[in-house]
Write a new protein. Structure first.
Length: 202
């Protein structure tokens, strides 16, 4: 397990006004940029770009981007993974058939339950809970959106990520932590099989 700071490429193409689809508005870009609009009591927007490193094979890595919003006191999370990998991991539970006309009616809740088992976030000795926002499929790329509320700072955030380690021994889970608005460093933590948790900012 290791981490390193890097500057994120924050350039993005102009976006069209999204169609109102209820609580969640999502625009996806083939370049890898994801713009997520969530309308809650206080409307906010976040644009997250998580390019796949050249040394990371398509089916060996997934990327969880965590962006802190100090105004809304939230962590907005986008989890990018290969759809058939997570379908394989849950094959003994249900046939998800993500993105098809026969997608499992409880696909969202099954995915979220799997994430709860493999992503553990805590701060000040308290386990953090997130709200499931939704998901989007672009080819084999699955993007899942979650939000943690009541977060004043990410310093001291304890992170453990064992997603897909139960089925793929070579799986690498990358967690990208950044603040909102740009200009500062972005931290990447890599979790391999057997790695323990990290504490952000220490």
């Amino acid at each position: 397990m290791h981490c390193h700071p890097f500057e994120c490429d924050r350039t993005s193409e102009p976006i069209a006004e999204p169609i109102n689809a209820g609580i969640c508005f999502i625009n996806a870009f083939r370049s890898g940029s994801i713009t997520l609009y969530i309308k809650t009591h206080d409307q906010f927007s976040a644009s997250i770009k998580s390019p796949r490193p050249r040394n990371c094979l398509e089916h060996e890595c997934n990327f969880l981007t965590m962006r802190h919003d100090p105004v809304a006191h939230t962590i907005d999370m986008t989890w990018h993974m290969t759809a058939h990998d997570v379908e394989h991991a849950l094959a003994n539970v249900a046939d998800l058939k993500l993105g098809s006309q026969h997608e499992h009616p409880k696909a969202d809740s099954l995915l979220n339950a799997y994430f709860v088992d493999h992503l553990h976030l805590s701060k000040d000795n308290s386990e953090l809970q997130w709200q499931w926002i939704g998901k989007e499929l672009e080819g084999e790329n699955l993007f899942c959106y979650m939000q943690v509320q009541h977060m004043n700072s990410l310093v001291g955030l304890r992170i453990s990520n064992t997603l897909l380690h139960d089925v793929f021994a070579e799986q690498q889970n990358k967690v990208i932590v950044e603040g909102i608005g740009g200009g500062g460093p972005v931290w990447t933590y890599t979790f391999n099989l057997g790695d323990g948790p990290v504490v952000h900012g220490e």
